[in-house]
Write a protein that binds this ligand. Structure first.
Ligand SMILES: NC(=O)c1ccc[n+]([C@@H]2O[C@H](COP(=O)([O-])OP(=O)(O)OC[C@H]3O[C@@H](n4cnc5c(N)ncnc54)[C@H](OP(=O)(O)O)[C@@H]3O)[C@@H](O)[C@H]2O)c1
Length: 296
């Protein structure tokens, strides 16, 4: 089976490449060979590759910058997926894509399901929701995985920011009144390939939208505390602050727990507990930085 993956250099794209099953003929494309900011070029790229599955791991992910770059965010996160999904429809390929907890306003007190009403409060969230809707309208043969709080040993993310800040001081202020599920890109990649496997076995009735996050919920403060507990940095004090004490251009959902029941019931897939995933990512960083390294 031929698979085209868009975006290898990001957090998720790197993980997809790393856990890539050998049984597929897989081609990865990044800039400058593909540019989602130029959607008119994408149809030809998809058609000429003739894949059975296109996986789009690329996106405009600069949540705060999107507030002042709405047109570009919309082009990359909504128009480009629409063109790729439409091209997939032409050749009967499956389009796999990722979305975000930012499609919700965070006012709920119970985990969001795929049927919960959306109400994105940020430009990024709006662009991702527009992408979801465009894909669903373009082709039935799609799988969209909504994830949240993604991190990995590569790229820019909360976990790596915490480690960097800890090197510069003994107190770190972290928001404690936003809760969600930190999700390890490696686990999301495993789930992605398991879904590709299932679709390859003929699961034609399982297309659609799924939530896919590591199990369990915490706050950013809880996430940071776990990181420092696991690496044993006793000198770092993680001080809990409120959202108001850490203003950002783009509003964040206060509550973004996502129910992954549909993923479990449909594909028999569950992502591991978030705390276990953080431990594995830190272990990975230790190996990458050399065993015994004091700075991980
Ligand atoms: N990060 C999160 O916390 C989070 C949370 C929820 C959902 N998601 C979703 O999960 C998916 C993966 O996110 P991620 O964290 O892996 O993202 P990431 O690390 O920011 O990577 C994004 C990728 O998109 C590529 N890209 C950006 N603009 C492009 C363009 N014009 N043409 C081609 N490629 C372009 C980037 O390439 P360059 O580096 O070369 O620009 C990079 O490979 C995305 O759909 C994202 O919306 C992420």
């Amino acid at each position: 089976m031929k698979i085209l993956v868009v975006g290898r250099v990001g957090q998720l794209g790197s993980a997809l490449a790393e856990v890539l099953p050998g049984r597929y003929e897989t081609k990865f494309l990044d800039q400058p060979d593909i540019d989602l900011a130029a959607p008119s070029s994408l149809r030809e790229i998809v058609l000429s590759s003739r894949p059975a599955v296109v996986i789009n791991a690329a996106a405009y992910t600069a949540v705060d910058r999107a507030e002042s770059e709405a047109a570009l965010a919309h082009t990359i996160n909504a128009e480009a997926p629409l063109v790729m999904a439409s091209a997939c429809k032409e050749i009967d390929a499956v389009f796999m894509h990722y979305s975000t907890d930012f499609v919700f306003d965070g006012a709920s007190g119970v985990p969001y399901t795929e049927n919960s009403p959306t109400a994105p409060a940020s430009v990024y969230g709006q662009s991702k929701l527009a992408g979801e809707e465009a894909i669903a309208a373009a082709t039935e043969r799609h799988v969209i995985l909504r994830t949240a709080w993604l991190y990995s040993s590569v790229g820019h993310n909360f976990l790596k920011t915490m480690l960097r800040l800890a090197e510069g001081g003994s107190e770190i202020r972290v928001v404690a009144d936003q809760v969600g599920s930190p999700t390890y890109a490696w686990d999301l990649a495993q789930v992605t390939w398991a879904i590709v496997d299932a679709l390859g076995r003929g699961s034609e009735d399982r297309f659609g939208l799924y939530h896919a996050v590591n199990a369990g919920v915490t706050s950013w403060h809880g996430f940071a505390t776990k990181i420092f507990d696991l690496i044993g940095w006793k000198g770092v004090r993680v001080r809990a602050i409120s959202t108001e004490e850490y203003p950002t251009p783009a509003p964040r959902p206060r509550f973004s727990a996502l129910s992954c029941e549909r993923l479990r019931q449909t594909f028999d897939l569950t992502l591991p507990d978030w705390q276990d995933a953080v431990a594995r990512c830190l272990q990975r960083l230790r190996v990458e930085n050399g065993a015994g390294s004091t700075s991980l």
